[in-house]
Unconditional design. Structure first.
Ligand code: IPE
Ligand code: IPE
Ligand code: MG
Length: 249
């Protein structure tokens, strides 16, 4: 391979066919449960049901790409019970949803560093990605052990390795090169990032990709989030003027 040839990358969806990309920081499960005097895991279980409901509603709302923040690189700080509970919820979700995803044309992918996950969960992630790889009606991405800084760090390491081994020329690295080394290399940039539960922070989500995304922060706790909540948020988003550094038309 010569220096001029880019590394082979997985095929990307046709960008001309792409529709809205919405990314969601699904926050507030713990508070939802605590408010009712229930263990935090009950909130996570309820939150997982909301994921299924929203994913099914997305195509009808004009959303073709949905990226969900499910577990951050910082979430390992939580109790062992909560972390293990979340991990088994992810595994159950994958097993339970596979058939439906294929029926509905959903391609599921994971972003984040899966090497720190339990090998059985890693295998399930690999399995469902392969199982749904042919689907192209709707693209669901789940951020598992994901951190924007960690993703950029891993990408930088991979680029450095490719430079050292002669597959990449340092002077040719541009923004597109960096994007192509990120976990999201086959996704368009998010048009909109939504965060639930009233917190107004990014918490290490899609730091590079969301440089020009619109943000909506809603007080709704994730287990109370319905397709109708998303529809109202989309109305707000669609009424905004995105200028990308230019001047109003
Ligand atoms: C979001 O809900 C889910 C994860 C981070 C895994 P939280 O668990 O953060 O809920 P709160 O913020 O404590 O209410
Ligand atoms: C962000 O929520 C991560 C996920 C939703 C998976 P957190 O609850 O972990 O974020 P902080 O601690 O409020 O910043
Ligand atoms: Mg939280």
């Amino acid at each position: 391979m010569t220096l001029d040839q880019p590394l082979p990358r997985p095929p990307c969806p046709d960008p001309s066919a792409s529709n809205l990309h919405v990314a969601v920081i699904m926050d507030g499960n713990g508070r939802w449960a605590t408010n009712r005097g229930w263990p935090r895991l009950v909130g996570h279980r309820k939150g997982a049901e909301r994921v299924r409901e929203l994913a099914q509603a997305c195509p009808g709302l004009g959303i073709r790409y949905l990226t969900l923040y499910a577990f951050s690189t910082e979430n390992w700080k939580r109790s062992t019970e909560e972390v293990l509970g979340l991990m088994s919820l992810f595994a159950r979700y994958i097993k339970r949803e596979a058939g439906r995803m294929n029926k509905e044309g959903v391609r599921l992918r994971f972003i984040g560093d899966r090497t720190r996950l339990d090998p059985k969960l890693q295998a399930l992630c690999d399995w469902i990605e392969a199982e749904t790889a042919q689907n192209d009606r709707f693209f669901l991405s789940v951020a598992l052990n994901y951190g924007g800084r960690d993703e950029i760090t891993r990408a930088t390491r991979a680029m450095a390795r490719d430079v050292a081994e002669g597959r990449l020329e340092a002077d040719r690295i541009d923004e597109a090169t960096i994007s192509s080394y990120l976990d999201t290399s086959c996704l368009p940039e998010p048009d909109l990032v939504v965060r639930t539960s009233g917190e107004s922070r990014v918490s290490n989500f899609l730091l590079w990709q969301a440089a020009y995304s619109e943000y909506v922060f809603t007080p709704v706790l994730w287990p109370d989030f319905t397709p109708e909540t998303m529809r109202v948020i989309l109305d707000t988003f669609l009424s905004r003027e995105r200028r990308f550094g230019g001047v109003p038309a």
